[in-house]
Write a protein that binds this ligand. Structure first.
Ligand SMILES: [Mg+2]
Length: 364
């Protein structure tokens, strides 16, 4: 009889998604404890109800009134004018995020940051049973709080897909463990749009093919899915069956840095648009300098009053200074703007980043 292989690296895959609860508001609560028990919203300035832009995050008190992230700030203001409205302060949130991510990285065999407040960790090497996994999730959850006084939720599963959905179910401030043999049941209780890669359009398209639930999709005809979605069709069916082979992998460095600005009043005034591009370019370069990043690609996004959006990019030989970025971004603006349409929002982004920082960080 074969003995269990004692050299096996691990007996089961244990992936966790750790996601901070209403992160920006939670950060603001640290320095404004008075907003804790009242509805609080982080986002654009509501300007007495005429403000533009959106709610970035809100706390659970604000959610009780039906306020949600992504909602126009003017709508939130109509619902709750006396809520606490706070402007975004990315620098502050990033400093807190950095401390949390360092702790998570230290607790993981493999680590992958997904966003400012979310990371996957692969802890397969330190969990041999689901009791271990549950205990480790608690350790992670409490470790985050001990580090930064920020609450998080932890989803645990045999792969990224299950960990992500389990985390959604665990919110707020909870832990949810889904064992391998529970995956099919767990997913069949989820809405189809809770699976990865299924947005509104895909959901509609699946519905027309007769796939309305996760169970329908799990039993779908794969050739029909491939006909409708290409290779994504195979993935969709796999996801519905709880199969996800994506690994947890550290993303080296930041992929892009961008800033956006919504005008108070839609404008087609080229001077105002140019000013905005300069302001945004300077903010982007300031951020890039922190990491000693040089950029190769510049992207300007223009959203017109009718919500049509145009994105234009130009790749240059690596550059890292503000005058070059302003020059390239202004060139893109001038070459692509439709002067007959008013602009609602404009964005500047740099990508294809080259990290020239390692050398100087080592030296000092
Ligand atoms: Mg979050």
């Amino acid at each position: 009889m074969a003995a269990p292989d004692s050299n096996a690296v691990h007996m089961m895959d244990t992936i966790m998604l750790v996601d901070m609860d209403y992160f920006y508001v939670a950060c603001e609560e640290l320095r404004h404890p008075e907003i804790k028990d009242a509805p609080a919203i982080v986002g654009s300035d509501p300007k007495g109800g005429s403000g533009r832009g959106v709610v970035m995050t809100c706390n659970y008190k604000a959610r009780e009134y039906g306020i949600r992230s992504g909602m126009p700030i003017s709508m939130a203001y109509r619902i709750k004018p006396d809520a606490a409205y706070l402007p975004l302060d990315y620098g502050f949130y990033e400093s807190i995020s950095g401390r949390i991510m360092d702790v998570l990285r230290g607790m993981a065999w493999k680590f992958e940051q997904v966003s400012i407040d979310e990371a996957f960790i692969d802890v397969s090497d330190r969990c041999n049973t689901y009791a271990d996994a549950e205990a480790y999730a608690k350790k992670v959850h409490d470790g985050v709080f001990a580090t930064a006084s920020i609450k998080c939720s932890v989803g645990v599963g045999p792969n990224k897909l299950v960990a992500k959905i389990a985390c959604e179910k665990a919110k707020p401030n909870g832990i949810r463990v889904v064992k391998s043999d529970e995956v099919v049941d767990f997913l069949s209780g989820c809405r189809i749009d809770e699976l990865y890669g299924i947005g509104k359009k895909t959901e509609e398209k699946l519905g027309k093919l007769g796939y309305k639930t996760v169970k329908d999709l799990a039993n779908a005809n794969v050739m029909q899915l491939v006909g409708a979605f290409g290779s994504l069709g195979i993935e969709l069916k796999n996801y519905a069956n709880g199969i996800d082979n994506r690994q947890v992998e550290e993303q080296i460095g930041i992929k892009s840095i961008g800033r956006e600005l919504t005008f108070d009043v839609d404008t087609s005034d080229l001077a105002r648009l140019g000013e905005a591009v300069i302001t945004l370019s300077n903010a982007v370069i300031e951020e890039a300098r922190k990491g000693n990043f040089f950029f190769r690609t510049v992207t300007v996004k223009i959203r017109y009053y009718d919500f049509s959006e145009h994105v234009h990019s130009r790749t240059v030989r690596s550059a890292g200074d503000a005058p070059t970025l302003i020059d390239v971004a202004m060139g893109i603006l001038a070459g692509n703007i439709d002067p007959s349409k008013k602009v609602r929002k404009i964005g500047v982004r740099i990508s294809n980043l080259v990290d020239y920082g390692k050398q100087s960080r080592i030296n000092g």
